[in-house]
Write a protein that binds this ligand. Structure first.
Ligand SMILES: C[S@@+](CC[C@H](N)C(=O)[O-])C[C@H]1O[C@@H](n2cnc3c(N)ncnc32)[C@H](O)[C@@H]1O
Length: 262
């Protein structure tokens, strides 16, 4: 790069994990990337689309040692000073629990241009996996994406549930391991014990698992294997178990390379 002329940083949403849920724009940007700084949850099948890029893992995982946010900000700025096209690849959509603002602020302060490429967020992928609508005409006019975790990884007790009620659909992120206590918080806030709950683990991935229950059932918890889990909660959710029994198996378009070659 000419001195004093930085490259551009693309914040790219990698979607929930299956490579065929990447956007075409994400594929184009990845194919041109010189460097990709990626989250821990982004699978290898997606990273291989960045054919010419140096790959740098900077992901943060709950309860595990990982790169600090300041280090990531600095690495982004340093990469953009040396390379024309830098991708910051984030799971799902970069604008949902993705620390996008901190990284944009760092780039702005350094005078580095940037652009966001949206991705399929976990709420959409989980709803699709369970055959659910997140809204329902005449019933649920609101979807709330919320996490019980504060920005520092701790739980905030129950403030996260302020303003929620069972007639909007609630989508809980980063709550797989604390599902039982989250259920209790919602029950204490007046949600009925029979309110439907759908727990979706690893939406769109081969290890995807969908469980239908109620808020009372959620008090026993769900998956505890470190896989990402999205919890859908609300009166508008339907029990789609019978329909789900007829689906399943890998998605026919999962392998994009195969698709492109056919
Ligand atoms: C740090 S947040 C990042 C969210 C991401 N930016 C998005 O838009 O989906 C990570 C949380 O997203 C949810 N998540 C991400 N991928 C998922 C998947 N494939 N299936 C279910 N939940 C997922 C889980 O709740 C996980 O704890």
């Amino acid at each position: 790069l000419p001195a004093g002329c930085p490259g551009k940083v693309w914040f790219v949403g990698a979607g929930p994990g299956s490579e065929d849920l990447l956007t075409v724009r994400a594929l184009r940007v990845l194919a041109r990337a010189d460097v990709v700084l990626h989250d821990a949850l982004v699978p290898a099948q997606i990273l291989r689309w960045a054919r010419a890029a140096v790959l740098v893992a900077v992901g943060k995982r709950c309860d595990r040692p990982s790169a600090g946010q300041r280090d990531i900000d600095r690495a982004l700025v340093a990469a953009a000073r040396r390379h024309a096209s830098v991708v910051r690849l984030k799971g799902g959509d970069p604008a949902v629990f993705g620390r996008l603002d901190e990284e944009i602020d760092a780039l702005q302060a350094a005078g580095i241009p940037w652009e966001v490429v949206p991705g399929v967020t976990a709420a959409s992928a989980a709803a699709a996996a369970a055959g659910q609508s997140l809204t329902r005409r005449g019933d649920a006019r609101r979807v709330t994406i919320v996490t019980p975790r504060t920005g520092r990884g701790q739980l905030d007790n129950d403030c996260w549930a302020d303003g929620l009620d069972e007639h909007g659909t609630v989508v809980l992120y980063m709550a797989g391991r604390v599902a039982a206590s989250c259920a209790q918080v919602l029950l204490d806030r007046g949600f009925g014990p029979d309110v439907p709950v759908v727990a979706v683990r690893a939406a769109s991935l081969p290890r995807q698992d969908v469980r239908w229950t109620t808020l009372a059932g959620m008090r026993s918890g769900f998956f505890d294997d470190g896989q990402p889990v999205a919890l859908l909660i609300g009166r508008a959710l339907a029990d789609r178990r019978p329909a789900a029994a007829h689906r399943g198996g890998p998605h026919p378009a999962r392998d994009l390379a195969e698709l492109a070659a056919s």
